[in-house]
Design a protein around this ligand. Structure first.
Ligand code: SF4
Length: 380
């Protein structure tokens, strides 16, 4: 298939691995930021192809995984209001809140609809003028333009019964938080290509300079990732710390100016809590004052409340590259995709889900999963 097969060529992948083995002289730890990259790495065994000196750790770039528990609880409370039609991407429905998830609200009769675009919600709002339609706007910079567009369209259409429950997060402040942590072990980053397709990569230049860390904008296919790793290791070995663009077929330095204008029009930068990580300054998007009528948190006045994470779950450490999923004692035993304790086991982009789906055999070999665990059924 054009634009896929050529980026999955096994001979070219092995050639990259050999090239890496020739240039690497000491251990390096790299973090891929995006959950989509994590899945490609685990699915295609890219990490197992690399020279032993190179370690890949998995970053916080799974928006479902980092949506704070408080917001999941707010979503559950809003979705439970009888007059509300609550719309969401499918992945959010199984993310565990404190006592239940959105799927159980749906099972109890709540009007929850899975949509594929926020613009679908406008149609639902027009068809149900007597109901409140709320869209759970979760995501990084990639999904923000479409959500902004939905708000602008809703205003143009005069829709008074549409609002967003916003949980947008921004990648550069998360990278800075990881680099500032005393427990940081990341020496180079593979930045998420799709985020940079929207935002460009100028924001990363001061981070690379300040922390002396290479940042390579990288795509999602196996050869993209291998080339991103090669470019990162080459910089590390040469003592450089620059922003480079492996994903030039999709990403330009300035990004997509129309998409950035939409984001700026509807949203403003706010502090945001990341699940498992804590609050990060200036790391999220909230609805601007001019569009406050479309902010579900204002419309429904769901107040703050105490929430408690599962004590077994170490997803915060996984999202910061400190631990890997199979190092969690609950992995594959207490925590499975059927019975997730944390969001990283739920989301299709979550690192725990990736290891469960593609690595259970090797993990079981290291005694992390009891022999009866295979009866849960593989999703392969
Ligand atoms: S395996 Fe489950 S409990 Fe452990 S970190 Fe992942 S999501 Fe949390």
């Amino acid at each position: 298939m054009r634009f896929i097969d050529e980026y999955r060529d096994p001979a070219a992948a092995r050639a990259y691995a050999r090239a890496l083995a020739r240039i690497v002289t000491r251990p390096w730890t790299l973090m891929e930021v995006c959950g989509g990259q994590t899945h490609a790495i685990v699915k295609f065994g890219i990490d197992e192809l690399l020279p032993p000196e190179i370690t890949l750790v998995h970053g916080p770039g799974c928006p479902v995984c980092v949506t704070p528990l408080e917001l999941i609880e707010k979503a559950i409370r809003i979705a439970s209001i009888p007059n509300v039609i609550f719309c969401s991407f499918g992945d959010m429905l199984r993310v565990p809140g404190n006592s239940k998830d959105l799927l159980s609200v749906k099972a109890a009769g709540g009007a929850i609809r899975i949509v594929y675009s926020p613009l679908d919600c406008l149609k639902i709002a027009r068809e149900n003028p007597e109901r409140e339609v709320v869209f759970f706007a979760v995501g990084f910079e990639t999904t923000a333009p479409a959500n902004a567009m939905a708000v602008i369209q809703a205003r143009r259409l005069g829709l008074k019964n549409f609002s967003l429950l916003v949980s947008h997060v921004l990648v550069p402040p998360a990278i800075e938080t990881i680099l500032s942590s005393p427990s940081n072990r990341v020496q180079a980053f593979l930045a998420a290509g799709h985020v940079c397709a929207v935002m460009g990569y100028e924001e990363y230049v001061p981070i690379a300079r300040k922390y002396r860390v290479p940042i390579v904008v990288t795509g999602f296919e196996p050869l993209d990732i291998l080339q991103g790793v090669y470019m990162s290791v080459e910089q590390l070995e040469q003592g450089r710390a620059e922003v480079e663009n492996q994903y030039a077929r999709c990403v330009h330095k300035e990004g997509n100016s129309a998409a950035k204008d939409l984001i700026r029009d509807v949203f403003r930068v706010v502090p945001r809590k990341w699940r498992g990580v804590g609050e990060i300054a200036q790391s999220g998007l909230g609805v601007r004052e001019e569009y406050i009528d479309f902010d579900a948190e204002m419309r429904f006045a769901v107040s703050d409340f105490a929430v408690e994470e599962s004590p077994e779950c170490v997803s915060g450490q996984i999202l910061q590259g400190i631990k890997k999923p199979h190092e969690c004692p609950a992995f594959g035993t207490l925590c499975t995709p059927e019975h997730p304790l944390g969001a990283t086991m739920v989301s299709s982009e979550g690192a725990c889900a990736a290891y469960y789906r593609y690595r259970r055999t090797s993990v079981r070999a290291s005694n992390m999963v009891p022999s009866g665990a295979e009866t849960h059924g593989s999703r392969e």
